[in-house]
Design a binder for this molecule. Structure first.
Ligand code: ADP
Length: 385
């Protein structure tokens, strides 16, 4: 071929390819726009208003499982976060309902928060709305399950613990009767009688506290709680005890640490940790209380320079009525319920409590809670009523 033809031929070919390519891009773009309009339709009329008015958790999902509408309870229960369902079990139910095209229900036990062992007992029902949406309705049955459990083991646990001081009081009363002519003995027995009755009083008080905690849901009337204020109140309540043992309480605060829950319950938990730190430390030592927030979590740590806890017993200290050293605990009026109360409070808040300890050197108890959602993101119950 003549080389003179090559240049115009190549130019012509290039032009044709360019025009063809551009046309293809324009057509694809307009098709894409039409497709996008089809796959992102709006929620059918009225559905959003109904979901918003629900007292229970209600969630509407589109065909890609994006949450397009939800009731406040769905956020309070921690089912929805960042426009998606949090629990894969719920996603699986939604997918099943979408595939089958008909409603389905399930009883699910789901984690309450990102940490810890607390669980939610939920009755979930999902139903397709039209061809693209799925409505999920959730009834929180955690409370009913919890009450059932409390009823089951409460009596078994306390009867044994109550028998000990009651038996001692009976024996001491008898001893006083038969030592009527020995004033010194009577005084000695009377002192012990007072100790045993004080023990009975604090035991009864803690049992009531624990049963109240087990039957109450901390997140029922939850609000944003400043962790600094929780620590300040817990430290104040322990100041006299600390001073009597020349123990210095050092608090390190974090104004941005905000929890979601019940302030007085959280004060009780931190108070119990500080009280233990004082109780199980030698005089003249330091107890540190620190707060911090990171990665959506809040940590409150109570550190002492006390006797420590042997490794084998570290997890057991949270059990009800468990005392590491009966003699020392008894001497200090310990009931073995303080840490069980801490554990319940923390679990009720969807968190966890951990212990680090080195025998003879000290212990650190760390409470970890989910950070409260931003004030603007929290749908207030009051606002809806
Ligand atoms: P108690 O009323 O006996 O203190 P708790 O439930 O508060 O009951 O604690 C259970 C046991 O754990 C205690 O008897 C004690 O032996 C141990 N314990 C708790 N806190 C500490 C601590 N800070 N240092 C050492 N031992 C501790």
């Amino acid at each position: 071929m003549d080389a003179a033809w090559l240049v115009p031929a190549a130019l012509g070919f290039g032009l044709a390819v360019g025009i063809g390519g551009s046309a293809a891009v324009v057509v694809a773009h307009s098709r894409g726009q039409r497709a996008a309009a089809v796959v992102t339709p709006t929620v059918p009329d009225g559905v959003e208003q109904v979901v918003d008015a629900l007292d229970n958790a209600g969630i509407v999902l589109d065909s890609s499982n994006n949450v397009v509408s939800f009731s406040p309870a769905a956020v309070i229960l921690g089912l929805v976060w960042n426009g998606a369902l949090v629990h894969p079990e719920l996603v699986a139910l939604v997918d099943r309902v979408r595939t089958a095209g008909e409603p389905a229900g399930e009883e699910l036990e789901l984690p309450r928060g990102p940490f810890g062992e607390a669980r939610l007992q939920l009755a979930v029902r999902a139903a397709p709305i039209g061809s693209r949406f799925v409505l999920v309705l959730v009834d929180d049955r955690t409370e009913a399950h919890r009450l059932e459990e409390v009823r089951r083991d409460f009596v078994a646990n306390i009867s044994h613990e109550l028998k000990t001081p009651i038996g001692a009081i009976g024996l001491l009363a008898e001893a006083i009767g038969s030592a009527a002519d020995e004033p010194d003995d009577v005084r000695r027995f009377a002192t012990r009688l007072a100790i045993e009755s004080e023990r009975l009083r604090s035991l009864t008080q803690e049992i009531i506290e624990l049963s109240r905690l087990q039957s109450a849901d901390a997140l029922e009337n939850a609000e944003r709680v400043s962790v600094d204020s929780v620590i300040a109140r817990a430290v104040d309540a322990n100041r006299v005890a600390a001073e009597s043992h020349r123990i210095t309480l050092v608090a390190q605060t974090d104004p941005d640490a905000v929890a979601w829950g019940d302030e007085s319950m959280l004060v009780t938990a931190v108070h119990n940790l500080i009280a233990n730190a004082i109780q199980y430390s030698p005089d003249g030592t330091r107890v540190g209380i620190g707060a911090l927030h990171r990665d959506g979590a809040i940590e409150i740590a109570v550190t002492d320079q006390g006797v420590g806890i042997p490794e084998a017993e570290r997890e057991r200290v949270f059990e009800r009525f468990f005392r590491l050293d009966n003699a020392r605990s008894r001497q200090t009026g310990g009931t073995g319920l303080g840490l069980a109360i801490v554990k319940h409070v923390v679990q009720n808040h969807g968190g966890e409590v951990r212990v680090w300890s080195q025998q003879g050197h000290g212990s650190t108890f760390t409470i970890r809670l989910p950070q409260a959602p931003e004030a603007a993101a929290v749908p207030s119950r009051g606002a809806r009523t």
